[in-house]
Design a protein around this ligand. Structure first.
Ligand SMILES: [Zn+2]
Length: 141
């Protein structure tokens, strides 16, 4: 589990760009990838988000896998991020909601397997933000 920010994405942009387009650079729809890579390298080891975005639009963007919003930071959970890894990136708001859900289940655990589910539904109805989760659960029952 680790935190990734847009600043982290800016610092890693040149390396990620090389993995995707190097070492045989070419000309693509966005332009000459060699020139873009050289421009990223010229920004130094600690480039700003805006400087990287000027060279490669979207290369510092982070999306929450739960709410699908663009955010400035995510917590990555699951496998170490890699091509086709089982990694989820969630924003602060969604991480808080996840914590609230699991805390409600833990607080209501009586040892009865059905009790935890009931508590989750009750909690969901009290908090409208959880309504989608509750609706989905009821549909599958
Ligand atoms: Zn989110």
């Amino acid at each position: 589990m680790n935190v990734t920010t847009r600043e982290d994405m800016a610092r890693g942009a040149a390396d990620r760009f090389f993995v995707q387009y190097g070492p045989k650079f070419g000309v693509y729809e966005f332009g000459d990838s060699r020139k873009a890579y050289d421009a990223l390298i010229a920004l130094g080891d600690n480039p700003s988000v805006s400087a990287v975005e000027e060279v490669c639009k979207g290369w510092t963007m982070l999306t929450c896998n739960e709410c699908r919003r663009y955010v400035d930071a995510v917590v990555q959970v699951g496998e170490v991020p890699d091509y086709e890894s089982d990694t989820a990136s969630i924003c602060q708001s969604c991480a808080h909601r996840a914590r609230t859900l699991i805390d409600a289940v833990a607080a209501s655990d009586t040892g009865d397997p059905g009790h935890a589910y009931t508590a989750r539904v009750i909690h969901g109805l009290e908090k409208k933000v959880m309504a989608v989760e509750v609706t989905t659960r009821i549909r599958f029952e």
